[in-house]
Design a protein around this ligand. Structure first.
Ligand code: NAD
Length: 360
């Protein structure tokens, strides 16, 4: 059963939350001098060390930060498991509303917290962190991925993520329309940041008619000009008469309000945690006949790239995991139909089974 529901979120006792969501460890850190404070959550290390990025965000309160790190780290466990790679799930969040405080020393302090876990957790980039911060963190710990090119890393993972999302989206089109040919298909892309802009490129090349939105007007104009995409307002994206909705900005955009408004047959995008409530909204999509491609599978290209770095794999060895996203998406749809459950639930079952097999 899915456990990411509004009832679980209301739970305020951290050990109970860990028990329900099955986390192994949580490390809280605080440094008065630099103002660094945050949390590292290690969800499951059965398949390997817990890898997941470090997110820095202006959380409204500590409960939101705890919920975010628990949910994101659990998602990383399922993402690596279903992708067939030998990594566990973890994540770090830093609570910060002050960009000035984010000095080299601040990031080195964070590196010490990563190091304190002795390799059980490997950090990488997420919202608010880039290879620049990774270079600072690396001064205090070797447990990092997504390293800068000049430090022997593979740089920005977004093109790999975008390609995996494109494959998952094509598989979803095959399920919904009987063919994965995207010529003439109307796609709404929400967020044309690092991943979204590459996805728009793939879609345009495949002949799709793309509509985009973003809060960053400058980037929006640039992507619209480059690909001839139509532009709509932030909130209008949910009301578009499109075949496919691709959320590539924030999580929880698939919720009770938006599901009523969406006219698409498919939801397939890069954003993490797209369903606000896995159980409720997974079921609502099933009832409405909207095909949902589980985010944690189709956006796995980035973590697969980190896996390549951690294990020193070749590009060829890694590419097969990304190419597999297409067939794995179809397998999830088949399993969901067979067991009459939402696709998110089917994907979690597949991910958990691999972990259970490894445990036994
Ligand atoms: P990004 O920050 O580069 O892009 C996000 C874009 O969304 C930005 O352009 C931002 O302006 C826009 N945005 C923010 N709020 C918006 C709103 N309300 N409406 C429309 N646009 C809005 O991030 P990214 O690296 O492209 O990642 C996009 C999503 O994919 C995130 O949820 C991220 O967690 C997830 N993801 C990214 C990767 C990766 O490799 N970068 C891997 C897995 C998952």
């Amino acid at each position: 059963m899915s456990v990411v529901t509004t009832e679980v979120k209301a739970e305020s006792n951290i050990l109970s939350l860990m028990e329900q969501m099955e986390h192994e460890n949580i490390l809280f850190f605080n440094d008065k001098e630099t103002g660094l404070k945050g949390i590292i959550a290690v969800h499951d290390t059965t398949l390997g060390p817990a890898l997941g990025g470090c997110r820095i965000w202006n959380y409204q309160n500590e409960t939101d930060a705890v919920w975010d790190v628990l949910r994101l780290s659990r998602g990383m466990t399922f993402k690596s498991s279903i992708s067939g790679i030998n990594l566990g799930g973890g994540k770090a969040v830093i609570i910060s509303n002050n960009k000035e405080q984010r000095t080299e020393k601040f990031w080195r302090k964070f590196g010490e917290s990563v190091e304190a876990l002795g390799g059980k957790y490997i950090t990488a980039e997420d919202v608010g962190t880039s290879t620049k911060e990774i270079a600072y963190i690396m001064q205090k710990t070797s447990h990092v991925a997504g390293k800068p090119l000049e430090a022997g890393g593979l740089g920005d993972p977004s093109p790999f993520t975008a390609y995996g999302v494109f494959l998952g989206l094509k598989a979803s089109a095959k399920e919904a329309f009987g063919s994965d040919n995207l010529t003439g298909k109307k796609v709404a892309v929400q967020g044309i940041g690092h991943v979204g802009k590459y996805l728009v490129g793939h879609l345009t090349k495949a002949g799709a008619k793309v509509t985009i939105t973003d809060i960053n007007q400058e980037n929006l104009r640039a992507v619209a000009n480059e690909y001839g995409a139509a532009v709509v307002g932030i909130d209008e994206i949910y009301d578009q008469d499109v075949d496919i909705y691709a959320p590539c900005a924030l999580g929880a955009t698939v919720n009770t309000d938006t599901i009523k408004r969406l006219k698409c047959a498919v939801i397939a995008g890069a954003a993490n945690n797209q369903l606000a409530d896995e159980q409720l909204h997974g079921q609502m999509l099933l009832d409405r006949g909207i095909i949902y491609a589980p985010d944690f599978l189709i956006n796995a290209g980035g973590v697969i790239n980190c896996y390549r770095e951690v294990k020193n794999l070749t590009e060829q060895e890694t590419q097969k995991y990304i190419d597999d996203i297409y067939n794995k998406t179809l397998q999830i749809f088949a399993r969901a139909k067979e067991e009459k459950v939402p696709t998110q639930e089917a994907a979690i079952r597949i991910a958990k089974e691999r972990i259970l097999r490894a445990k036994n």
